[in-house]
Ligand binder design. Structure first.
Ligand code: SF4
Length: 403
């Protein structure tokens, strides 16, 4: 267990994590087993290039037809056979019918930030509902994707956690969120006109590293150049985790230098055990060690996510302790992103006072830690990325889109 080096001054209270609206002491259960096991139909984006060619051959078509189909899907961002005019009509129908089943249906879009942010609600083949959020910033356009329907990680601040885990998404269900968002960006759906989707963050519903097979497959499809995949830059893809240590090591071994974001939210085990229940399995030190191994293997600086919650985790001594824990493992390997919450009167999950936030950030910077207070885009549309602040923001109302 990590021992705080400096005790909390008596003048600052310590609010403890709790499930609001539930009987005191109620806890969500950590779960790794999905309630639903239904598998979505096989899709082009689930398959490697050779497997796609194998399907074309099974249909009696030349292998290059699979590449043509892949190019339509990953480069032209379409799954509409009538747009694939370089394919003979019957091959088009056969291939699209076999490899491009409909996986996700748009339930609704909600706009925020003057149209620069669009949150989309999707229904999957079995009725499960997930969200993605497309955000335009100066110089980049980012999509936040979901990797699971629901989540089994039981974080007490999180509306998705309160639903429990419905099921893992397949590789293609994740890639479809990306393809559709890339098409929206290209077609001028965001304020500011047509643009290119450049970044993807796995910070929507679910714990990505609890569904590593599908998530790693989706990462491959995103970075592989056409016709194999979408051709995004690995450094522009962020995989976040609450700290599933063995799966962080698997990501390290994958050898694709994506950005790893560790949702830490507390540097001491005493608080983190309650705030991020998976901490009962892998402690702060173990999660940081795994993140550091990731840095050593890939050279990619790790992002440490830290939602600042009033009187719960925002004490200056915690900023100091976090800097110490990071510096213990080396310098320059991690970057801290404190995330300010929206003020939520009456909730324990509410914004830190401005001066408290500033003092926390000052401790980190004094420790030599690069620190960027993050933008919480889309929070005015009832939640942006499911993982962090937005979940905290929407938790008090319990509001969740059910289509
Ligand atoms: S915060 Fe993330 S890991 Fe925790 S329950 Fe919510 S979606 Fe799952």
């Amino acid at each position: 267990m990590t021992t705080p080096t400096t005790p909390a001054p008596a003048s600052r209270p310590q609010v403890r994590p709790a499930l609001e609206g539930a009987a005191p002491g109620t806890k969500l259960e950590l779960t790794f087993t999905a309630r639903r096991r239904g598998k979505p139909p096989r899709h082009l984006a689930d398959l490697e290039v050779d497997e796609r060619k194998g399907v074309a051959k099974e249909l009696g078509l030349p292998a290059f037809r699979a590449d043509q189909l892949s190019r339509h899907y990953f480069s032209h961002l379409t799954n509409d056979p009538t747009a694939m005019t370089d394919l003979p009509a019957d091959a088009r129908e056969q291939l699209a019918g076999t490899l491009l089943p409909s996986l996700i249906t748009r339930v609704r879009d909600l706009e925020a930030d003057g149209g620069a942010t669009i949150k989309s609600v999707w229904r999957l083949f079995d009725g499960a509902v997930v969200e993605s959020v497309l955000m335009r910033y100066p110089g980049r356009t980012t999509l936040c994707v979901s990797s699971q329907a629901g989540c089994g990680m039981a974080c007490p601040f999180c509306a998705t956690g309160q639903q429990g885990l419905t099921r893992n998404l397949s590789t293609a269900e994740i890639v479809e969120q990306v393809r559709l968002a890339a098409a929206t960006a290209r077609d001028g759906g965001l304020a500011g006109g047509p643009t290119r989707l450049s970044n993807v963050v796995f910070m929507g519903m679910g714990e990505p590293l609890a569904n590593p097979r599908a998530v790693f497959g989706a990462v491959r499809r995103m970075v592989d150049p056409a016709p194999a995949g979408l051709g995004l830059s690995a450094r522009n893809i962020t995989v976040s985790t609450v700290g599933l240590v063995p799966a962080i090591d698997k990501l390290t071994n994958l050898g694709i230098p994506v950005t790893l974001a560790l949702s830490l939210h507390a540097p001491d085990d005493e608080l983190r055990d309650e705030l991020i229940p998976i901490n009962s399995r892998w402690k702060v030190g173990e999660a940081l060690d795994a993140a550091h191994r990731y840095y050593k293997a890939t050279g990619r600086r790790v992002s440490i996510e830290y939602a600042l919650i009033k009187d719960m985790n925002d004490h200056a001594w915690r900023g100091r302790l976090l800097a110490e824990e990071l510096n213990k493992r080396g310098h320059g390997w991690a970057h801290v992103n404190p995330i300010p919450l929206n003020p939520t009167p009456g909730s324990i999950w509410t914004a830190s006072e401005r001066d408290v936030e500033a003092a926390f950030v000052a401790e980190l910077r004094a420790g030599g830690i690069t620190t960027t207070v993050r933008d919480t885009r889309g929070s005015d549309i009832d939640g942006a990325c499911g993982q962090l602040a937005a979940q905290v923001i929407e938790q008090p109302t319990g509001a969740k889109d059910e289509g």
